[in-house]
Write a protein that binds this ligand. Structure first.
Ligand SMILES: Nc1ncnc2c1ncn2[C@@H]1O[C@H](COP(=O)(O)OP(=O)(O)OP(=O)(O)O)[C@@H](O)[C@H]1O
Length: 354
């Protein structure tokens, strides 16, 4: 368990963040300037809070009232920055050894680094550099990994390449990861817990599927970025048309592309903008993805109405204009049909299941 409470005045900005989260990837998510980096700097010991308490898996790193403030080098925290910050004159093997040698072979295997060991950083792609930086941090035997927008310097292709490695890290490394991001798709794919920061405070904290499907969180996340996360199992493959059929708890949907083998469990982000609502079951529609759903909650914001939906055991999120909300007479408890645009799910929105 990680417990963080940090209070500090930074110029005109008041940081007062308080959250607790179980192990896994804890995504610190929020708009630019909401205080994400300040929180992780406090956890790393790079910034001293005026008040608060930081505890990781039973170890107290900071407690103002008890005058505990473990120095940076004793905190055992691995830090991965936006840019990998490798030593350019050293081979990958030497860069890794600089971190330490904790579980060296396992880390090399887990991050697929064995082919890279003799290379210098200049001969690595951006994604490979980040894998080495993560490996170096892990070999220092940290109790927590801090990752501050580790993908933001990478282009889309490199991001897609490294995301499965990060999923593996989450599922196999067995240490908590505090992951700063302002990209909803990354958070949806990787996070176990989401902490939404808003103006220096924690606006919302909870399990990823719960927070990302909450209409009340749309204002903090941003209307364009909002979207729910569902779990799905590959139920069928149409090799001729290149389609994958996915079983969700509330029905089946078909997506373009080969997303894996039959039986594979996936985590899928469905953007709120890509869900259309209908009171009657649509007929003769080109979209194949029509799911029965029930309205659970509504949240009206300046850009329209966010609609929370229960679809089997999963939660979906839709965004409609105020006019549509009136025309559909949306209210909690209403049963309707959610149509998911089949072509809309981006490859980056499909990830491993944990
Ligand atoms: N040392 C400081 N002195 C004064 N103001 C500061 C200091 N550090 C941070 N701030 C201010 O605190 C606010 C939060 O900054 P922070 O970098 O934590 O946000 P962030 O959510 O990580 O933003 P971004 O996504 O842009 O990196 C900003 O308004 C910033 O200008």
């Amino acid at each position: 368990m990680i417990e963080v409470h940090v209070k500090k005045r930074l110029g005109g900005f008041d940081l007062d963040a308080d959250f607790a989260a179980p192990p896994g990837v804890i995504a610190l998510f929020g708009k630019s300037g909401s205080g994400k980096t300040s929180v992780i700097n406090a956890v790393a010991g790079l910034m001293r809070p005026e008040a608060g308490r930081i505890e990781i898996d039973g170890t107290l790193l900071f407690d103002r009232t008890r005058r505990i403030d473990v120095p940076v080098h004793r905190r055992r925290i691995g830090y991965v920055f936006q840019d990998a910050r490798l030593f350019p004159h050293m081979s990958v093997a030497k860069n890794l050894a600089y971190g330490g040698s904790h579980e060296r072979d396992r880390v090399i295997e887990m991050l697929g680094l064995s082919e890279l060991l003799d290379r210098r950083p200049a001969a690595l792609s951006g994604g490979e550099k980040q894998r080495v930086a993560i490996g170096r941090a892990l070999m220092s035997h940290p109790r927590l990994l801090l990752m501050d927008e580790p993908l933001s310097a990478l282009d889309a292709a490199r991001k897609a390449e490294i995301l499965p490695w990060l999923e593996r890290l989450r599922d196999e490394a067995g240490l908590p990861i505090l992951y700063v991001s302002h990209a909803a798709s990354e958070v949806a794919r990787l996070a176990t817990t989401v902490v939404v920061m808003e103006a220096g405070r924690v606006g919302r904290v909870g399990a990823v599927a719960e927070v990302l499907s909450d209409p009340a969180a749309v204002g903090m996340i941003g209307a364009q970025e909002a979207g729910a996360v569902v779990r799905a199992r590959i139920a069928g493959l149409d090799r001729i048309d290149g389609l994958t059929e996915l079983a969700l708890s509330g029905g089946r949907i078909v997506l373009p592309g080969r997303l894996g083998g039959i039986g594979t469990h996936l985590r899928l982000r469905i953007s709120a903008q890509d869900v259309i609502l209908a009171r009657e079951k649509p007929e003769g529609l080109s979209a194949l993805n029509i799911l029965p759903a029930e309205v659970t909650a509504l949240d009206e914001g300046p850009e329209g109405v966010a609609v929370g939906l229960a679809c089997g055991a999963d939660r979906l999120l839709a965004r409609v204009t105020r006019r549509s909300a009136r025309a559909l007479r949306l209210e909690p408890g209403l049963r309707l049909w959610a149509i998911v645009k089949a072509s809309a799910v981006a490859p980056d929105d499909v990830g491993g299941a944990a």
